[in-house]
Design a protein around this ligand. Structure first.
Ligand code: ADP
Ligand code: MG
Length: 485
């Protein structure tokens, strides 16, 4: 029982705001109108009924006064004329009859005889205020029967029957007219409410459509803020929300793109690292095979010759030759070991390794590399991964300078900054557009810069480049002492 009711209420409340407001207007007009009509009908019925009663009483009194003489002189003909004339003169009177003191009928307005049950009705009881009223049911509705005594009842009674039919008809007619008026006013009210509700609800409908658009991911539209009322405030708040959403969405897409690009670079870097490792092994194998084994083979041959040497002079000469071969082999092995992993990094630490590497590299490519590592605490050893990372980053930076910069001066600076190690490689070469290069990096497969920044990031450090065409380049790397590997 309660469920369907709730469903009906929910459906009624689910209609559009416009219909709701117009419904409220209509309901108010109807409520007020119907209430006013019912009240006024009640009041006017009471007033009109009282007036009808008063008229009936006064007609009955008047008739009683005038009938008294005719009764005393027993002039029944005049008495009959009197009652007929009186009834004809008054519209609402339905009957008049006169009784003598013993309740015999002296005159009446009915054609032949009085209806038998009329006389006993309203016959007993007191005359409060000089009259007595009783309601009687009849064919034409309720009649008001008024009895007024003649000479205090000693000469008889006059009875007058009044019909309230005309009164009821008038009341019904006016009520119908009033209801018609209410209907017209309600219609006007609904029409009049339509315009303001349309004005009120239009921004709401607009907001609803915009919200749907935002839900579909379209952030381009904004709500119009018309006035400073609640709806205007809602529109303004909505706009702020959409702006924030749009910004967040753009940021999200940007981060996503960045992430994808980074992922791509990482993959390429990994491939490059693997293939570089392979190349390196091949190179080492070739070096060992072509150079070292060759030298060792010729050393073997030389030793055989030495074995079979007859003369000391000859043996000495051969030994000298062999020593220089061993010398070559030693240098070759040493160089190979250095290139694979600078042993100084392990034994002497980062500063010395970088210094030596820079000197050697500069000599090889014909660059003057100015190395400033004096500020570094040479006794403080850093975690090996930090040293290796910084070493490789500086190496790559120097390789870039030799490859791209056409510089005349290069400086490498290593120093402490707070709890981290700062490395700076600066050249006075032709420089480059950092943004453009980093932006196109994944396509162009330039992974050097990306590899440097990845190495730094892996240790919780930072990497940045300052450069502009014609203005040289500076690479900054900062890695915390306690690497986060
Ligand atoms: N010190 C530098 N001077 C001038 N250009 C540089 C320097 N370092 C890097 N670049 C530019 O940045 C690009 C990207 O460098 P990198 O990522 O190391 O890739 P690669 O060295 O393989 O080209 C280089 O191709 C070069 O154009
Ligand atoms: Mg490079």
């Amino acid at each position: 029982m309660r469920r369907p009711l709730r469903r009906v209420v929910a459906r009624a409340l689910g209609v559009s705001v416009r219909v709701k407001i117009m419904g409220i207007a209509l309901g108010l007009v109807l409520l007020l109108g119907v209430g006013a009509v019912l009240h006024s009908q009640r009041v006017s019925r009471a007033t009109l009924t009282r007036e009808l009663d008063e008229r009936a009483v006064s007609i009955a009194r008047d008739t009683a006064v005038r009938a008294a003489d005719f009764i005393l002189f027993e002039d029944l003909v005049s008495l009959r004329d009197l009652v007929l004339d009186t009834m004809a003169a008054s519209k609402d009177v339905r009957y008049i009859f006169v009784l003598d003191a013993r309740a015999n009928i002296l005159a009446h307005t009915f054609g032949h005889f009085l209806p038998p049950d009329l006389q006993p009705a309203n016959s007993g009881g007191e005359y409060a205020g000089g009259f007595r009223i009783q309601r009687l049911a009849s064919e034409e509705g309720i009649l008001r029967d008024v009895a007024v005594p003649i000479f205090g009842g000693r000469a008889g009674v006059v009875r007058v029957g009044m019909s309230a039919e005309r009164l009821e008809r008038t009341l019904t007619r006016t009520t119908q007219q009033l209801f018609l008026l209410i209907a017209a006013v309600s219609l006007l009210g609904v029409l009049a409410a339509y315009l303001p509700t349309a004005i009120l609800t239009r921004p709401l409908l607009e907001l609803r459509n915009l919200t749907r658009a935002v839900g579909r991911g379209d952030f381009s539209s904004r709500a119009r803020v018309r006035f400073g009322d609640e709806i205007g405030q809602l529109a303004a708040a909505f706009n702020t929300m959409v702006e924030n959403l749009e910004r967040a969405d753009a940021e999200r897409s940007r981060l996503l793109d960045e992430l994808r690009a980074k992922e791509q670079m990482r993959r390429e870097l990994l491939e490059k690292v693997i293939s570089a490792q392979e190349d390196e092994r091949k190179r080492v194998a070739r070096e060992l095979h072509d150079e070292t084994s060759q030298s060792l083979a010729s050393l073997m041959v030389g030793l055989k010759v030495l074995e079979s040497a007859d003369r000391l002079e000859e043996a000495r000469g051969k030994a000298g030759e062999l020593r220089s071969v061993v010398d070559d082999v030693l240098r070759g092995v040493h160089d190979l070991a250095w290139e694979l992993r600078p042993s100084l990094l392990d034994s002497l630490g980062l500063a010395a390794a970088i210094q030596r590497s820079a000197e050697e590299y500069g000599e090889r490519v014909g660059l003057r590399i100015d190395c400033q590592v004096a500020d570094l605490d040479h006794h403080r050893r850093l975690p090996p991964e930090v040293e290796t990372a910084v070493y490789r980053i500086v190496q790559e930076a120097l390789t870039n300078v030799a490859k791209h910069a056409q510089a005349t001066r290069v400086s490498v600076v290593l120093r402490h900054r707070g709890d981290s190690l700062l490395a700076i490689v600066e050249d006075d070469g032709r420089g480059f557009d950092v943004e453009a290069v980093l932006g196109t990096a994944p396509v162009e497969k330039r992974l050097g810069l990306f590899g440097m920044s990845e190495r730094a990031a892996l240790l919780g450090g930072r990497f940045s480049i300052e450069s502009a065409p014609g203005r040289g380049s500076t690479v900054f790397v900062e890695v915390p002492f306690e690497g986060t590997l």
